[in-house]
Design a protein around this ligand. Structure first.
Ligand code: ZN
Length: 245
């Protein structure tokens, strides 16, 4: 079985379509897994949900998903993010709102835990630091975990001798073997990358080969930006897509 792993799609259908097209060419669409933030920021929330739900699709919830459906207060967000969440909220159906409200905070698929932020703070904690990674390893009941939220492709690897976990950025075409070591992996963002590379980021889990591979794919950023401008979404959110920051 091969699952395509996405996170932080953020209503960017053009980026999502590029990812799914590449995933199809790699025969990786048996299932699609997501670590949340399906909506918020971008111009096509409903279209992204429709596209993803065509597949055998499972997702946890993210802070933006909850904000769009009123599950958390948008005052917890910066003004541009809050404005985009309100705009997104007006453009999903009642059924889609219910769907987003029903997403779990954590999922275990095979021996992999999925969560947006971290297991100790599923919606908000950023998995940026060694301290956060140590907290995550303590909470994990599985060998591996997949997180999102930072929009940065990163892997933490637990060391058997009790020293601090190792970590490194993940690059296009990196392949990680699922072996003895416990791992925390973040494929990076589909709809709003923040590692300085504007290409959409995703991963593929291969249950037979016991690998997770990491991928980047270019998409028509200007098309998404034109729709955002048309919608009157904040300029800062439009320009950052070009920089991947
Ligand atoms: Zn996000």
């Amino acid at each position: 079985m091969r699952a395509t792993i996405v996170t932080d799609v953020h209503s960017n259908l053009v980026a999502l379509e590029a990812v799914l097209q590449r995933a199809e060419s790699l025969q990786a669409l048996d299932q699609v897994w997501s670590m949340g933030d399906l909506v918020g920021y971008g111009p096509q929330p409903s279209e992204c949900l429709t596209e993803l739900r065509r597949y055998e699709f499972q997702s946890v919830t993210g802070n933006h998903d909850l904000a769009v459906v009123g599950g958390i207060d948008t005052r917890d967000f910066n003004p541009a993010a809050a404005a985009s969440n309100h705009w997104n909220a007006d453009r999903i159906s009642d059924e889609e709102r219910e769907y987003l409200l029903g997403l779990p905070r954590t999922l275990i698929l095979d021996d992999i835990s999925l969560v947006h932020g971290s297991l100790r703070d599923p919606v908000w904690e950023y998995m940026y630091s060694i301290e956060a990674a140590i907290g995550q390893f303590r909470q994990m009941t599985t060998q591996f975990s997949l997180v999102g939220h930072t929009h940065i492709p990163l892997i933490f690897s637990e060391r058997p001798d009790g020293r601090a976990p190792e970590y490194r950025r993940l690059e296009d075409d990196d392949v990680v073997e699922l072996g003895e070591r416990r791992l925390i992996m973040n494929p990076g963002g589909v709809g709003q990358p923040r590692d300085g590379d504007p290409r959409a980021a995703f991963a593929i889990y291969d249950s037979d080969a016991r690998t997770v591979s990491f991928h980047r794919v270019a998409y028509d950023i200007a098309r998404t930006q034109a729709m955002m401008a048309e919608a009157g979404l904040p300029a800062r959110l439009i320009s950052r897509l070009t920089r991947g920051r």
